[in-house]
Design a binder for this molecule. Structure first.
Ligand SMILES: Cc1cc2nc3c(=O)[nH]c(=O)nc-3n(C[C@H](O)[C@H](O)[C@H](O)COP(=O)(O)OP(=O)(O)OC[C@H]3O[C@@H](n4cnc5c(N)ncnc54)[C@H](O)[C@@H]3O)c2cc1C
Length: 447
């Protein structure tokens, strides 16, 4: 009798779960791999949900793999919800009544929208924005309305505002702080985002939070009341106050240690034998210096999924994220950040900031205040930098003056640096006269 093949069960078909499945298929061609997901049969790019809503893409366009791909690669898809873990028997119960036995189990259950128990949050027309059912609810509930209130000054909030705006519905934003996304952006960059919002004629109430949501006789939202005491009439409310790890399944196994997320070691192992966690739902027990314990990004989900597959395949590999990277778009304003780029001044770190006097273009370069003046990070708004070049400068601890002198190497937009390089260096020379560097003659452009 031949032994049954090694069986990996993955709960969640987001980027973390799928990256693990594809990597394990490569490392262990004979393994049986089952992917369980309650949201959709096929994996799709969550980051592109807003473009589906705005009609730029169809749902089929945001599936990175054709539907035949899964069968071809012997990846078994099960469209149902996993309801309970039974670690002693190495089994998982599913809502379709079946039970799956595993040799290894990956929990890749992602995040869920975080609400704050506001009165009225269960009224019809109130929602978060995370998954396909949120997309469906949005399409259904904002049809024909005049105004929607978006609560939260972060990346999902601005996406919701843009989605409503694209349909001619007035989005009104409630932002707790003095600027948009000031938890992540220094005041100068945040002010540029504020300006972008203003240019799109989106009303914002800064320093304002949601107090309660008011309903009509049919149980539908009719207004919100803010902490400033204002009552704002609206027909829809988007709660974009962050996400938290989805622990519903994890909580069915008391021996599985959780905190904000499922606690994992550097190999993404949980406290249960043969059980791993990766992606948004995982919380690193001992994150490396300067790293966050819970990473809620697309590329970190992919890296974690790929890394844990090696350990599951018997080639233990610790998770090392490397240099931080994030990007976003605030209406037409593109944003990128690399490396250590704190919001507020930090011991041992300073920054050089340049902003175009007329246009929404800005660059901030962070560097150590020690003699090395090693560059630690970048913020770019309205211009695009080359990822690999920035990473290399950060990794090699390149001095600030060297980076400034070679800035054109990070140039993604061919027309940008010839036009602005001299102005950037001039601004640096004004801010740091004791380290002034030579301004290169303007290069001619040939198109
Ligand atoms: C609107 C939006 C825009 C975003 N934009 C960006 C961006 O521009 N850049 C970026 O880096 N990140 C972005 N993110 C974040 C990024 O999408 C997430 O970090 C990433 O998708 C997380 O991947 P994951 O595999 O960990 O989990 P998820 O993608 O959340 O997948 C987990 C899956 O598991 C399923 N599941 C959970 N529990 C069970 C269960 N018990 N049984 C069966 N299935 C279950 C869930 O339904 C879900 O489908 C965005 C997120 C949102 C919501």
């Amino acid at each position: 009798m031949t032994a049954a093949p090694f069986h990996l069960v993955i709960i969640g078909n987001g980027i973390a779960g799928i990256s693990c499945a594809l990597t394990l298929r490569r490392l262990r061609p004979e393994a049986r791999i089952t992917i369980v997901s309650g949201e959709s049969l096929h994996h799709y790019a969550r980051t592109a949900l807003m473009y589906v809503y705005m009609g730029h893409l169809r749902l089929a366009d945001i599936k990175p793999y054709e539907d035949w791909f899964w069968r071809e690669n012997q990846l078994d898809l099960v469209h149902t919800t996993a309801t309970a873990l039974h670690p002693a028997g190495q089994r998982v119960s599913l809502s379709n009544g079946l039970t799956l036995s595993y040799d290894a189990l990956l929990l890749a259950t992602g995040s869920e929208s975080r609400f704050h128990d506001w009165p009225g949050q269960h009224l019809a027309g109130v929602q978060g924005f995370y998954n396909l059912s949120d997309l469906e609810a949005l399409s259904r509930d904002i049809h024909g309305i005049r105004r929607g209130v978006v609560v939260g000054g972060g990346l999902i909030g601005i996406e919701l505002a843009e989605m409503l705006h694209s349909r001619g519905i007035e989005p009104l934003l409630l932002v707790r702080d003095a600027h948009y996304w000031s938890s992540s952006l220094p005041p100068e960059e945040a002010a540029l985002v504020d300006y972008q919002i203003k240019q799109n004629q989106i009303p914002v109430r800064y320093h304002t939070e949601l107090r309660e949501i008011l309903g009509d006789a049919q149980g539908r939202v009719r207004a919100v009341r803010t902490t400033a005491g204002e009552e704002i009439a609206c027909q829809w409310v988007g709660l974009a106050t962050g996400v938290r790890p989805n622990l519903t399944l994890a909580r069915t196994a008391p021996a599985l240690e959780t905190d904000q997320g499922i606690l994992v070691d550097e190999y993404l192992k949980t406290t249960l034998p043969h059980v791993y966690a990766a992606g948004d739902c995982a919380q690193h027990r001992l994150p490396a210096a300067g790293e966050v314990p819970i990473e809620q990004l697309w590329y970190t989900g992919r890296m974690q999924g790929e890394t844990v597959a090696h350990t599951i395949a018997g080639q233990p590999a610790p998770y090392r994220r490397g240099i931080w990277f994030n990007s976003a778009k605030f209406f037409n304003l593109e944003y990128q950040t690399y490396g250590r780029a704190p919001v507020a001044p930090t011991d041992g770190l300073s920054s050089f900031y340049w902003q175009h006097p007329m246009r929404q273009v800005a660059l901030r370069i962070y560097f150590e205040t020690s003699d090395s003046q090693a560059v630690t990070g970048f913020n770019a708004l309205g211009l695009r930098l080359r990822h690999a070049v920035c990473e290399q400068w950060i990794r090699q601890r390149t001095p600030l003056t060297t980076v400034l002198a070679r800035l054109a190497e990070a140039n993604f937009d061919p027309e940008f640096f010839p036009r602005h390089e001299a102005a950037i260096v001039r601004a640096f020379n004004q801010q740091f006269p004791q380290q002034a560097i030579a301004i290169r003659p303007k290069r001619r452009l040939f198109f």
